[in-house]
Write a protein that binds this ligand. Structure first.
Ligand code: HPA
Length: 279
């Protein structure tokens, strides 16, 4: 599938174009990125204004099955939010701006918090499909970074630190919210795999040995772009399958979407409780 190029422009153009379509004075505090099969919470947004990526300068239109491709603004659990339904992945081979422009646009619009979600394979056999993993740290196995290239000093430093990239204070809130909702939250290290092929069984064993708890093909590049420009970041991975070779079941995209359905309800309740706590 080919991806159409975006309307030309960068984060400033995108922010201007979006402000022109939002109620005057609307400032999203938190942004959410919804992963494969996890877009449902967007239906809960009140006074929603949905804008397809194809209408936003610098935003690439959608490509992958399961990803909608629109930015939805409105109120969720009492706070003003911007929700990205659909994202760009490193394996799509797009310029870094496919990831950095949306994140920097959210920053320009006034967001201070970025909540990332994704589907992921578990590297721990005791954590199966349907479970949620809160990200405490990551390992970037994608061999690249959206921050490679000239640094835009306007947004952040050349060498951004990644200590506490996944915000401990937000994670404490998520932990408390999960306990209050009776959700069996697990925590761990997210290993980002380049894809688009799933891992081999040997690669799954390697990622586990390196300290990964779950593996997926997203979130980390968004985290890099967001930490660079000073957004607070937290992440929740919906475990959709056991890593390749850890169970006899095949791993494929359809199964990922099926697995996401198992976790979607808990994810929605957890996110609403966390956002409500910020209101
Ligand atoms: N590997 C990589 N990405 C994934 C997986 C997996 O097992 N499951 C969902 N996304």
């Amino acid at each position: 599938m080919t991806i159409a190029p975006p309307i030309p422009g960068g984060p400033d153009d995108a922010a201007d174009a979006l402000r022109a379509r939002l109620p005057s004075g609307f400032v999203p505090r938190a942004a959410l990125v919804l992963g494969s099969g996890l877009g449902g919470i967007a239906d809960r947004i009140e006074d929603a204004v949905a804008i397809p990526y194809g209408q936003i300068p610098g935003f690439f239109p959608p490509g992958v099955h399961g990803h909608a491709g629109r930015l939805v603004f409105g109120r969720l659990a009492g706070i003003d939010v911007a929700v990205m339904q659909g994202r760009k992945h490193t394996y799509e081979g797009l310029p870094s701006s496919a990831v950095t422009t949306p994140i920097r646009t959210l920053k320009l619009l006034g967001c201070s918090l970025l909540v990332l979600t994704c589907a992921a394979g578990s590297l721990r056999t005791e954590v199966g499909p349907g479970r949620l993993m809160m990200v405490t740290d990551h390992i970037n196995m994608q061999g690249t970074s959206v921050l490679v290239g000239p640094n835009d000093e306007r947004f952040g430093p050349r060498f951004p630190p990644l200590l506490d990239a996944w915000d401990p204070a937000m994670n404490a809130r998520i932990r408390a919210a999960a306990a209050a909702e009776g959700i069996a939250l697990t925590e761990g290290v997210y290993a980002a795999w380049l894809g688009p092929a799933f891992e081999t069984p040997a690669e799954v064993r390697m990622l586990k040995m390196l300290g990964g708890d779950a593996v997926g093909m997203s979130m980390v590049q968004e985290c890099l772009a967001a930490r660079h420009c000073g957004l607070t970041v937290c992440g929740l991975a919906a475990i959709t399958n056991l890593g390749v070779g850890l169970s006899p079941d095949p791993v494929n995209h359809d199964q990922t979407l099926e697995g996401a359905k198992l976790a979607a309800g808990d994810l929605e309740r957890l996110l609403l409780r966390v956002l409500g706590g910020l209101a």
